[in-house]
Design a protein around this ligand. Structure first.
Ligand code: LLP
Length: 426
């Protein structure tokens, strides 16, 4: 449940009309509801309260410092996949012992950084990575706490780009080979085995695939125990889906019940890495209608947010609900809602039945809190939007709108290019 609702004809975030927020902060604008963020974290966390657990928010979904701070304050940990994400969570004040680090391509520098920070564990994705982590830990005269990310070969029934637990995916170590890999890990002096990890994909809307993967992982844990390899942590990754359109994903309580019924009685600490389910419906992207036009084929609504601001529709053909922030008419028509980027793939919605809008109106693109700003870019040299956190009647700027100067930060023109054009043209 989220706190973006119509009161009369106006869309509100909590107690604040979006109209006043666009007047104050301009567009395109990412807006997050504080109350929704807190509620989503709390509902998810408390669903697991009967079992020892740690909710590690998946930073890739939304890495804004203010949001990270909210979850840290609520007792959350973090799932990071880069040195940059680790830097962010440390900046936000996290206890490093609540950080897990996944990803197939951790560099030596990133591994060193995480070892020095003293994170809870590395989720290992290959044999070669294991060797590098052992070596880095040796150089720092320490031991690296690890779990192996196993690939259980489960179909999560989601978009192919975001399914990760199939044999053909690049992630993890095949389940049949994982026992051998654990034996190898045990032979390394600077590795301390503490867990097993598994993440099968994202936007999963049923409990079945999670349970199927979990059963396979539990079998592995008992095999490991028989070999004297003690496992304390079971990291089940993230992946619980949300409603963008008609999906009816399980409530976190149902998801937790399905998982907990499989692991009752096991002396483990469960780690969960939710991203989308916490932040997805807690954020919207507000955009202004710049122009409307009709061609022989189609109606177009041209807005000031593009695929550089929200790439999900272009990249995954993802559906995001789009509503005017003020209801002015009942009249509807079918249109493509497109951005200013010079690509036909730059659309936010195609053939969408929409309340008729005109130049100067504002639209809210719903469910944009996860993988929205986090995947934004400066393509077409477009400064990225501002991010604002709303709490009740108040709103707080949590990331400034980028300026043109921001666009060229770090770029230089080498001296030799500054010769006159005639001297170079020879
Ligand atoms: N843990 C790991 C290891 C992951 O790779 C991911 C997401 C998560 C946790 C969090 O998954 P969530 O709970 O958010 O489903 N950009 C795509 C989604 C990519 C997900 C990548 N991994 C999208 O916009 O749909």
């Amino acid at each position: 449940m989220h706190y973006f609702n119509f009161k009369g004809n106006d869309l509100y975030c909590e107690d604040t009309p979006l109209r006043s927020l666009v007047e104050k902060w301009g567009t395109p604008l990412y807006l997050y509801s504080h109350r929704t963020l807190c509620r989503h974290f709390e509902v998810f966390d408390s669903a697991f309260e009967s079992y020892s657990h740690l909710v590690c928010f998946s930073v890739k979904a939304n890495s804004n410092l203010a949001l990270l701070k909210i979850f840290i304050t609520q007792g959350g940990g973090a799932d990071v996949v880069s040195g940059g994400e680790l830097f962010r969570v440390l900046k936000a004040g996290i206890d490093p012992k609540k950080v897990v680090y996944s990803g197939v391509g951790k560099t030596e520098e990133e591994i060193g950084f995480a070892l020095e920070a003293g994170i809870l564990m590395f989720n290992i994705e290959s044999s070669e990575e294991l060797k590098v982590i052992n070596q880095q830990a040796k150089e720092l005269d320490t031991k690296a706490p690890i779990s192996i990310r196993v690939n259980p070969d489960i179909d999560p029934k989601t978009h192919p780009y975001i399914s990760t637990g199939l044999k053909k995916n690049k992630f993890g170590i095949d389940l049949p080979r994982s026992l051998e890999e654990y034996r190898f890990a045990r032979s390394l002096k600077h590795i301390e085995i503490i867990g097993v990890d598994c993440h099968i994909g994202s936007q999963i809307t049923e409990t079945g695939p999670f349970v199927e993967a979990l059963r396979k992982v539990i079998t592995l844990i008992s095999e490991l125990r028989q070999e004297g390899i003690a496992i304390q942590y079971l990291d089940l990754g993230g992946g619980l889906g949300i409603t963008y359109a008609e999906e009816v994903p399980p409530h976190p309580n149902e998801y937790a019940r399905a998982i907990l019924s499989e692991i009752q009685g096991q002396a483990l600490t469960l780690i969960l890495e939710p991203g989308r389910v916490i932040v997805g419906n807690a954020g919207v992207l507000v955009t202004k209608v710049l122009y409307t036009k009709s061609t022989q084929e189609k109606n177009f609504v041209i807005v000031d947010a593009g695929m550089n601001d929200l790439i999900r529709p272009s990249l995954y053909n993802a559906y995001q609900e789009i509503v005017p922030i003020a209801k002015k008419t009942e009249e509807r028509y079918t249109a493509d809602i497109v951005g200013p980027i010079c690509e036909s793939g730059d659309f936010l919605a195609r053939d969408r039945l929409l309340t008729k809008v005109q130049k100067g109106d504002f639209l809210a693109i719903m469910s944009a809190g996860a993988y929205g700003f986090a995947m934004s870019s400066n393509y077409n040299s477009r400064p990225r939007p501002a991010e604002v956190l709303v709490s009740g009647n108040d709103s707080f700027l949590i990331r400034q709108r980028e300026s043109f100067e921001d666009l060229i930060r770090g770029e230089t023109i080498p001296d030799f290019l500054s010769y006159s054009s005639t001297s170079r043209a020879r």
